[in-house]
Design a protein around this ligand. Structure first.
Ligand code: PMP
Length: 392
């Protein structure tokens, strides 16, 4: 039976609501600091990716402002037409030296970097082996690829090895993994994955979105942490670096190939030069300032330990992502709303982002959170736990 376009959509939205999977936008009326004005109310945010607080750092703002005055606020075209500035190339060289690779290539976001690599690199006669909890942009890149994709169990080296054995007839195999899993906060065993890849002659692509600026002695990311060199490293400027954009780091020939073949590079307007200048400044700061990372990890460990002491099931390790497992989507939503009553913002993560029955509150910590913010968070979790026990 024919229904009008909008009533058909309204029915679909009702369905989403009935399944407790409805999502709403929040409006921030202040800078992305831990204490924000959200929807007109003061909240302490525990869900930002601005891990080191660089998004509001004066040095980055000054760099963006002075470059913006010279180059304007938009890049005006794709890198292959009029959008390539000296700042793009300067930042790419800086990312390469930071990541200790020959070269790097900027994309407009980490999402588009993943999609660009996976849709262009593996060919129709190749195979991709992808961790089951990889980020949506990896999944979408695999869907766009002409190669077949096989999913291996989350960080399960035995399953990965079995799949490498089963796919020996393929000349080219690509293992793709997040370095830090965005919804679980755990770190992939890159050293072991790369050893397996070497033994079975496979290539390795690592998405280091959440590791960049956080892991490793100099904040270079998961590859520095493990002392490994995958074939392709993907990253984003939008998390610890505090700005916007994505990148691929690797060999000169990889850069050359992607410039010519990655559709999300070719057909996208370049990020503004001012954003490149701010990102450049951020990398300079990250490389020399260890204190930011140390202060962040101290806070991460305090929160993790205190939540566990309260009896919460906490996932992940050694990263600023602290997922607290709640269970059903409805319960996670209720929990997130309860936190709001305590002026804490931390979203409920529900299917399809995570598995059915594994809905969670995903906390992220930043170097800017104060110890008072942390106390308030823990007090809120403690009070909610007591309330739950009373209503059981
Ligand atoms: N990879 C991972 C693991 C991520 O968590 C994200 C962002 N949520 C991305 C890629 C995409 O990065 P961007 O936000 O720069 O598009």
């Amino acid at each position: 039976m024919y229904t009008t376009f909008n009533s058909w959509l309204a029915e679909r939205v009702i369905d989403i609501k009935e399944n407790n999977l409805y999502r709403e936008l929040n409006v921030m009326n202040s800078w992305p600091k831990p204490k924000v004005d959200m929807n007109g109310k003061k909240k302490i945010v525990f869900s930002s990716n601005n891990y080191l607080g660089l998004a509001t750092d004066e040095r980055l703002i000054n760099a963006a402002e002075s470059t913006g005055r010279k180059f304007g606020v938009g890049s005006s075209g794709s890198r292959l037409t009029t959008g390539n500035s000296s700042w793009h190339e300067k930042l790419e060289d800086r990312i390469a030296s930071f990541k200790q690779t020959e070269a790097s290539l900027l994309f407009s976001s980490g999402y588009l970097a993943n999609v660009g690599v996976l849709s262009s690199l593996p060919e129709s006669e190749d195979i991709i082996l992808s961790d089951e909890l990889n980020h949506a942009s990896i999944i979408d890149g695999c869907r766009l690829s002409k190669a077949k994709t096989i999913i291996y169990k989350h960080v399960d080296l035995q399953d990965l090895e079995n799949k490498l054995k089963e796919t020996k007839i393929y000349d080219r195999r690509f293992i793709v993994t997040d370095s830090v899993f965005s919804m679980d906060g755990n770190i992939a065993p890159l050293d072991k994955i790369i050893a397996l890849a070497k033994a079975y002659h496979a290539y390795v692509i690592v998405d280091d979105a959440h590791g960049t600026g956080i892991l490793g002695e100099n904040g270079r990311g998961a590859c520095e942490y493990f002392g490994v060199k995958p074939d392709v490293v993907i990253g984003t400027l939008s998390k610890a670096i505090g700005t916007e954009g994505g990148f691929v780091a690797g060999s000169y020939i990889l850069q050359d190939f992607l410039i010519n073949q990655a559709r999300t590079f070719i057909f996208q307007t370049a990020i503004p030069p001012s954003v490149c200048a701010a990102s450049y400044e951020a990398i300079n700061i990250i490389e020399v300032d260890q204190r930011m990372r140390e202060s962040l990890m101290l806070k991460v460990n305090i929160i993790r330990n205190r939540l566990q002491a309260l009896g919460y099931k906490v996932k992940g390790n050694k990263t600023p992502i602290i997922p607290v497992i709640i269970g059903e989507a409805k319960k996670a939503l209720w929990f997130s709303n309860k936190l709001k009553e305590h002026d804490i913002f931390a979203p409920a993560i529900r299917p399809p982002t995570v598995k059915e029955g594994e809905s969670r509150i995903r906390l992220t910590v930043t170097a800017e959170h104060s110890y008072d913010d942390i106390d308030r968070l823990i007090q809120a979790f403690e009070t909610i736990r007591k309330e739950q026990e009373v209503t059981k």
